[in-house]
Write a protein that binds this ligand. Structure first.
Ligand code: DGJ
Length: 729
């Protein structure tokens, strides 16, 4: 819903308002946050009248404004909306609004700057989910006679929105291999909290969702503002606060691409498109932010709607030990327990006996697969399962035919390559021949083996990522590489519209809404240890709904942490996502297979709920326990996981509220033991729980969601599944 007076555009959706005053020379942001309601012209005028703070001592003589394109021209001392120069000149842009209009619900502002000779388009789309998506495009003006044709060197573009002074607590994420999306929280003090991502991909330590809120915000409470930069290359995220504020606001949230010097040089007529930045607000904590992102993603036309197939991935089952008989036996076991998609991981292509060789040569290794992949693919398809294959198209080993024949396709300096990482280098996808070669190779593979799914990996950072020019004129190439990778994915999808693709990157190092615009799920982490996974999945889910997050059951002893856990805990942890198995089923006992078969059936029975409902997480004082669940969109049913990762000082949970239920409704609750029951660290009880082990127990929402119920004290590394359904009063 947009209302535009002559001067103020007011966008409203899903409880969110965004108001911009279309004044000259530049529009100013009046408000972003809570829905202000259907404001009249007088109300909007009042919003405008109150949009100026004080003129401070020892400060600019005019009132500070926060515009849609902050620069020093308006006395803005924070990060500017854009920076650059034309061979050392034109560094003081002076923007003006040319025209504002609305197109398909988007507020479009055309700005122009005759100093940097840029025309700028800013598009604000307040989506039905309440997410405010901002796109930005800069075009170098076409020359008139006598003008200087020197390219404009763009140093950076940052999309900025204001935060109120009460937003002083910050949450973002860090991580490393097998520990993705670890939260880090603190105070937003004066200065810049900047996350510069220079890995050529988001990385395991990606900021993921930069959130600022009122002190003490949690999953269910508190006013919060968040930002996601939808881009898979280098990035800049920031929250910035200064003593003088941002116009009438307190601070700013901003994002964009981190550009290398000289990476974007705009000749007359050339354009640069910045990453879309998604801004999100709620006064009901982090769950409500996640809810908005999940709604945004689920509304996409390409969002997967078929039941997410229970997957078996061969990596932890066989690693590089590809033997046809062994993999056929694994396929039989998989079919027997109800697997619906089998993915052949790394190790199938020429020379790939370990991770030192073969990347780039996307032909089946005749030594290990003398009959090609046909016999395996046919067996998989014959069982009615989908067939998936691992690829890592953007990478190359020097020990490969491709690197030998086309060293010029490698993304790296002409004077010599820097150190390898996982023994590999990056292919320059912006090189037309390299791109065409990859597209043809992948296309042929998908066609030949009727591949349903590609696990698309990306196992190193992009360092010294320069495209080789003639005479050693190497140019920074991460931006071009990122765009080319998108083009490659798009082209493959266009040729194979039913092909699904997973974004994997040494686990979860490429999880962003840029890559997800052309892929169908992410591999959250190489760590299948459920103790670690509970946290990885919880925070990956801050952005992505469960159906887009790959969650697999590993073997009893985690391959990455060495921790031994019970099957029930592994299974209940993997249930809350796009579930699968990452284990050698041929090594499992009949009893273990029976348990897995039951869990597979459980997943199939509940995935419709898990993949369409609202994700809820309880705020608990005890860090060693987690209570999370999914509540059906109509509120009629829910599943909850009560998990313990370690021991606690407190013996009792006390009354604990199940989040997301209606305190005014009536419910039945029972324990689902399909995945087995946990080991408890107690003698007995609570009594209601003991009864729920035997069947449905009726409890009012006032108790389940209002007062709360005591929960059993589990032993560490244990979990329990509750099913809830609403009953008529
Ligand atoms: C890294 C991925 O994260 C793993 O799941 C596996 O596919 C390996 N690469 C294969 O090399």
């Amino acid at each position: 819903m947009t209302r535009t007076t002559a001067r103020i555009a007011h966008l409203r959706a899903a409880g969110v308002s965004f108001a911009v005053e279309l004044t000259g020379p530049l529009p100013r942001v009046l408000h972003w946050g809570a829905d202000l309601g259907p404001l009249t012209d007088d109300d909007l005028a009042a919003l405008s009248r109150t949009a100026e703070g004080v003129v401070l001592n020892n400060a600019p003589d005019s009132v500070r404004q926060f515009t849609v394109w902050p620069t020093e021209a308006e006395n803005w001392s924070g990060t500017p909306a854009h920076q650059g120069h034309r061979s050392g000149v034109a560094t003081t842009p002076r923007l003006r609004l040319v025209v504002a209009h609305e197109s398909a619900g988007e507020l479009v502002l055309q700005l122009a700057d005759d100093v940097s000779e840029l025309d700028i388009t800013l598009g604000y789309l307040l989506e039905l989910s309440g997410v405010l998506s901002v796109r930005t495009e800069l075009t170098r003006q076409v020359l008139t006679d006598g003008q200087d044709a020197t390219p404009y060197d763009l140093a950076g573009v940052t999309t900025l929105l204001p935060l109120p002074a009460r937003a002083v607590e910050i949450l973002d994420f860090t991580g490393k291999w097998c520990r993705e999306r670890a939260p880090q929280r603190g105070t937003l003090a004066h200065g810049s909290h900047v996350r510069e991502v220079r890995r050529g991909k988001p990385g395991q330590d990606a900021p993921h969702l930069l959130t600022v809120g009122v002190p003490g915000f949690g999953f269910r409470t508190g006013e919060v503002w968040g930002l996601h930069v939808a881009w898979s290359g280098n990035q800049r995220w920031l929250a910035e606060r200064s003593p003088e504020g941002a116009g009438v606001h307190g601070a700013v949230l901003g994002g964009g691409e981190s550009l290398a010097p000289g990476e974007i040089r705009l000749a007359p007529g050339e354009s640069y498109t910045a990453p879309v930045c998604h801004f999100v607000w709620s006064d009901q904590g982090l769950d409500a932010l996640a809810d908005r992102f999940h709604a945004l993603l689920r509304a996409r036309p390409q969002h997967p709607v078929t039941p997410r197939p229970l997957t078996l991935n061969t990596w932890e089952a066989v690693y590089f030990d590809h033997r046809v008989d062994r993999l056929l036996a694994l396929t039989e076991r998989a079919a027997d327990i109800g697997v619906e998609r089998l993915v052949l991981d790394d190790g199938w292509f020429t020379g790939r006996r370990d991770d030192t060789a073969g990347l780039g040569d996307w032909a089946v290794d005749p030594e290990v697969w003398p009959g090609g992949l046909g016999p395996l693919a046919d067996r998989v398809h014959g069982h009615g399962m989908q067939f998936g294959l691992w690829v890592e198209p953007e990478m190359v080993n020097l020990d490969s035919r491709l690197a030998t024949e086309h060293p010029e396709w490698i993304l790296g300096p002409s004077v010599g390559l820097g150190p390898s990482a996982r023994h590999q280098y990056v292919l320059n996808l912006a090189h037309d021949d390299a791109f065409a070669h990859l597209l043809t190779s992948l296309d042929e593979l998908v066609t030949r083996y009727r591949i349903d799914y590609l696990k698309w990996d990306h196992n190193r950072d992009l360092h010294e990522a320069v495209g080789r020019g003639p005479g050693g004129q190497d140019r920074p190439g991460v931006h071009a590489q990122t765009e080319a990778a998108y083009r490659l994915l798009d082209a493959l999808k266009e040729r194979h519209p039913r092909l699904e693709i997973e974004s994997c990157s040494s686990g979860g190092a490429r999880v962003d809404l840029g890559i997800l615009a052309r892929t169908d799920r992410v591999w959250a982490s190489d760590c299948n240890d459920p103790v670690e996974r509970q946290s990885v999945q919880r925070w990956t889910g801050q952005l992505l709904p469960p159906e887009l997050i790959g969650t697999h059951v590993g073997g009893p002893r985690s391959h990455t942490t060495g921790r031994v856990t019970d099957a029930s805990f592994r299974q209940l942890t993997a249930l809350f996502g796009h579930a699968g198995i990452e284990d050698d089923l041929t090594a499992r006992t009949p009893e273990e297979l029976t348990a897995l078969r039951r869990w597979v059936a459980l997943y199939k029975a509940v995935r419709a709920l898990l993949h369409s409902g609202r994700v809820v997480r309880a705020d608990l004082a005890d860090d060693a326990v987690l209570l999370h669940g999914v509540v059906a969109a109509d509120g009629g049913s829910a599943l909850y996981c009560w998990a313990r990762t370690g021991t606690s000082g407190d013996g009792q949970s006390g009354r604990t509220r199940l989040p997301g239920l209606d305190p005014a409704a009536r419910y039945e609750i029972r324990v689902r033991d399909d995945a087995g029951l946990p080991v408890a660290h107690q003698v007995s009880g609570p009594a209601w729980y003991t009864a729920a082990l035997d069947g449905w127990v009726t409890l009012p929402g006032a108790v389940l969601a209002g007062a709360g119920v005591p929960l059993p004290t589990l032993a560490p590394a244990q979990a329990l599944l509750f099913e809830v359904r609403r009953v008529q009063p």
